[in-house]
Ligand binder design. Structure first.
Ligand code: HSE
Length: 314
């Protein structure tokens, strides 16, 4: 029998929240992410042997998001074997495009492949959420669920976990600017208010429903009208240099809407068609280049696939 001893995977970056959907909405990008190699070992336990492309991430399994996820999975499997993990980060920590989620989702998917798929997709999301708990203090699923499932994803409920795939228009593009400063998710969660005024809640859940309806109906105008966040963005945007300018120029360049990606500092814009997405990329570049802060730009479709295996030898 063929026994898989090693798996190489790609784990995508993700945009979470998507303006109005704090902790419940997200989608993966198609061309940005991490790679990982996961191998079986005869000895029990988890060894992280290599982390490339990022500084300051711990090799110690108990302190590393992918290590924690792997330990939980092996414990659940109740086996005497262990795993060895190599991580090639394409996403910097504290970027707002799901760095910890890519590591968590990648290892969850990879270990499931190595051990002949004992877990359901929902279980993989639950394991990956433990990585998010370590990274941010809260086991949010709005990055790991789309990173695992692919496509626009709704976390309808956390208790019990209920993850729903939302179809989205084929011509929907995302442009992201990633200022090279670190905003820790834990910090940008701590500054949020515990309570929401009822009138803000009404506006926000109207937008969430509108966004989901717009995605399903291919109604780009409705998507645009719904990309509004009256609760989180006013507080968090203060942490992001140039946020208002990026948003203004992106909308002028044709964006349906523009907001903070996850907990920031990345900023995303959605648009119809690649041409507009490219114009937005130029507008973001324009808005940021005077600020004296390095940045990266990404342009992507809403990626239909989540974590996936890669051919062995690339
Ligand atoms: N929903 C999470 C937050 C996403 O906004 O804190 C973090 O990427």
């Amino acid at each position: 029998d063929f026994v898989m001893k090693k798996v190489r995977i790609f784990a995508p970056a993700t945009v979470a929240n998507v303006s109005c959907g704090f902790d419940i909405l997200g989608f993966p990008l198609s061309n940005v992410g991490d790679e990982m190699v996961i191998r079986k070992r005869e000895e029990k336990g988890v060894r992280i042997t290599k982390i490339e492309g990022a500084e300051g991430l711990p090799l110690e399994a108990e302190k590393n998001v992918s290590g924690v996820v792997a330990l939980k999975m092996l414990e659940k499997l109740g086996i005497d074997q262990g795993v060895e993990i190599e991580i090639y980060k394409g996403i910097k920590a504290g970027s707002g495009i799901g760095s910890s989620a890519a590591s968590s989702a990648g290892v969850a998917y990879g270990i499931n492949q190595l051990f002949a798929e004992p877990f359901s997709t929902q279980q993989l999301v639950e394991f990956a959420m433990e990585g998010e708990r370590l990274a941010s203090g809260v086991a949010h699923a709005d990055n790991v669920a789309p990173a695992i499932s692919g496509g626009f994803t709704l976390v309808r409920s956390y208790h019990p976990l209920d993850v729903i795939a939302i179809p989205s228009p084929d011509d929907l593009y995302c442009t992201v600017i990633h200022p090279q400063i670190e905003v820790r998710t834990a910090d940008s969660r701590n500054i949020l208010k515990e309570k929401v005024p009822l009138k803000d809640a009404v506006q926000q859940w109207g937008n969430v429903a509108g966004l989901v309806a717009g995605l399903i109906k291919n109604d780009y105008d409705l998507i645009g009208r719904s990309l509004e966040d009256v609760i989180i963005e006013p507080i968090r945007s203060i942490l992001i240099p140039g946020f208002d300018k990026v948003k203004k120029l992106s909308v002028e360049a044709g964006a349906l809407g523009c907001g903070i990606s996850g907990s920031g500092p990345s900023i995303f814009a959605l648009s119809r068609g690649k041409e507009t997405a490219t114009r937005i990329k130029e507008a973001m570049n324009q808005a940021y280049k005077e600020l004296g802060i390095d940045f990266e730009l990404h342009l992507s479709k809403i990626c239909a696939s989540g974590v996936r295996t890669l051919p062995e030898n690339i």
